[in-house]
Design a protein around this ligand. Structure first.
Ligand SMILES: NC(=O)N[C@@H](CC(=O)O)C(=O)O
Ligand SMILES: [Zn+2]
Ligand SMILES: [Zn+2]
Length: 345
């Protein structure tokens, strides 16, 4: 039997939602992960330091008894965000990053930024105090093809922003293209990228071949195979600029299985099994710890976790539920379309 022990991982991009959904999903994260960067796209969004404090309290109250878990809070950037409030949140240790959603880019992003110029005072302050900006890197211009939106964002928004504010630390979240990987690799400093579990496993065929498969639909949408291969190469390379952000994003099934289904894939429960499978396929199990447990904390200026988890390769497939039941309704679990043998013991 093969096994591998790594420092306990963290999730650098996670949606926990609120209320009954939060209660239904948080245990799937806290079982394996010590910390997670919590996305602020609630309705209404987490905009101020006071909002983040209240949301953090709700998360801690929902945590299963006995689990140790640290939510790392983010603020949802708007055109009215106050630089002083952001700085106060950062200095108090509550706020780990600020999140940029271009308005309309993804789930609950209508209150996001339309005009980057209006966000400049906050971004300048963040550059000054060293607070990272996490970005959903897609343009929303209707003329731009959905499969090109990440690349166009890099060229027209991200690169100009980084040239204007070279001291701003930017996390390009859920990178889905070789363009994103190349952009991060070619930069000298102050940029890193998170990669999801599912983008290492599916390409766009998963969504469209043999019928429309809403449970493989997320944003940024999965791209063609060459991009998936670039993501796998980056994730398994050990390069410190790439780390895990699952983007586990639960929606109840009725909101996915309908004429206009929500974007988001739920992977918290089987992410570590999926990743061990991917890293084994790439002959890179020795790089799993860097990707899941070391590179993220290094980027965010935190110490890696002291405790460990052990992944064991079973002889028979590890069963995962097809869906989990939450108080908000059923949530379908990501199906990697192959058997999983790695289990967290
Ligand atoms: N990734 C997704 O497809 N959905 C996320 C939003 C996001 O991260 O873009 C969600 O909140 O549902
Ligand atoms: Zn996003
Ligand atoms: Zn997300």
């Amino acid at each position: 039997m093969r096994s591998i022990t790594i420092r306990r991982p963290d999730d650098w991009h996670l949606h926990l939602r609120d209320g009954a959904m939060l209660e239904g999903v948080i245990g799937d994260t806290s079982r394996h992960f010590a910390r997670a960067i919590i996305m602020p796209n609630l309705v209404p969004p987490v905009v101020t330091t006071a909002d983040a404090k209240a949301y953090r309290d709700r998360i801690m109250a929902a945590l299963p008894k006995g689990d140790r878990f640290e939510p790392l809070m983010t603020l949802y950037l708007t055109e009215d965000t106050s630089p002083d409030d952001v700085e106060e949140g950062a200095r108090s240790g509550l706020v780990t990053a600020v999140k940029l959603y271009p308005a309309g880019a993804t789930t609950n992003s209508h209150g996001g930024v339309r005009d980057m110029a209006k966000a400049m005072p906050v971004l300048e302050r963040m550059a000054k105090i060293g607070l990272p900006l996490c970005v959903h890197g897609e343009v929303t211009t209707p003329e731009v093809d959905i499969f090109d939106r990440e690349k166009v964002f890099i060229d027209t928004v991200l690169d100009p922003l980084r040239r204007r504010l070279p001291d701003l630390k930017v996390t390009m979240e859920h990178v889905t293209t070789s363009d994103g990987i190349d952009y991060i690799r070619s930069a000298e400093r102050n940029i890193a990228g998170s990669i999801t579990t599912h983008h290492l496993i599916i390409n766009r065929n998963a969504i469209l071949v043999g019928g429309i498969k809403p449970h493989y639909y997320c944003l940024p949408v999965a791209k063609r195979e060459s991009h998936r291969l670039a993501l796998r190469a980056a994730a398994t390379s050990g390069d410190r600029r790439f780390f895990l952000g699952t983007d586990s994003a639960p929606h109840v099934d009725p909101l996915k299985e309908c004429a206009c289904g929500c974007a988001g894939i739920y992977t918290s429960i089987n992410t570590m099994s999926c990743l061990a499978h991917v890293f084994e396929q790439e002959n890179a199990l020795d790089k799993l710890e860097a990707f899941a447990s070391l590179n993220g904390p290094a980027w965010y200026g935190l110490a890696p976790n002291e405790d460990t988890i052990t992944l064991v390769r079973r002889d028979t497939p590890v069963p995962y539920p097809a869906k989990i039941e939450t108080g908000a309704g059923p949530v379908t679990v990501f199906d990697p379309m192959f058997d999983l043998f790695w289990d967290v013991s």
